[in-house]
Design a protein around this ligand. Sequence first.
Ligand SMILES: [Fe+2]
Ligand SMILES: [Fe+2]
Length: 329
Amino acid sequence: MKLPRPRGKLSEALVADLTGGRALDHAGDPDGPDDLHLSLWMLYELHYRGFEDVDDRREWDPRLLAVRAELETSFEDGLREDVGEVLAAADEAEDLVSQLAAIASHEGEASVSQFLHRRATAAQYREFLIERSLYHLKESDPHAWAVPRLDGAAKVALAELQYDEFGGGRPDRLHSALFARALEEAGLDASYGAYVDRVSWHTLAVNNAMSLFGLHRRFRGSAMGHLAAFEMTSPLACRRYLQGAQRLEMGAAVEHYFDEHIEADAVHEEIAARTICGSLAETEPELVDDILFGAAACVHLDEVVARHAIDAWTAGGSVLLGGDTSEVA
Ligand SMILES: [Fe+2]
Ligand SMILES: [Fe+2]
């Protein structure tokens, strides 16, 4: 993957540093959320697939890790402030699974799945696939960081869930490969990270939250709470995405991806909420607040993305940076 285009002084300095230019010492004050989240996303990608022009050894460069830590602190602080309303949905619930269910069913005022189901045009549907490609082309990778950080029933259940996400023994069944086929069928570029320059900070933040939780052992509870909320909100949304794809005749591979997830994620939500989070809370009860924080972060950031998308689409505009998809495909 190529390095993305900078979006401010921090991402510009980071790209310069990664390509052998002047060393970056501090994050300083990023030029707004696009600059912050793109920089954080680049630093996280060093742990996934890396970049063509960047030495793989930079993954563990202490200077870059220090910059990353600065950005993570401001991201985490902001998230903790912002999840309050979603988290409050769990107040009345009595046990952890009901608390997770209450968080997962928190309704924001905007719903992408409802919009795609009934109102979206094919161009808007393609924009949705583009935004989602950032995550789905590495589907389940961020949660895999948690495997060595868990033990017992939680570890076994996470491995069971991920066996499915990672193809159940068949490379052509990797969920990331199913999504790549959906992108191709929609006439889009299915190469990893192809659209990073087109997605706004809202989508980058969704991805960064998963990496933040996955890459820090202290956030193992939040990583699993995030996974639970992700799976619990998925079956209903995927049913609507499927119906939208059928209405717009997006093609068999697009339909197949979402159809597959209606049933798969109904199983995954049970595994994630009850077995993974449930066992984790039993063996490490001090992690319950972290589990709920991760779940609330997932739902809150989904709402942030949804509000941004629906505002753009209902105003007749594009959710993508640089305009609509006519020149994307
Ligand atoms: Fe999946
Ligand atoms: Fe799943």
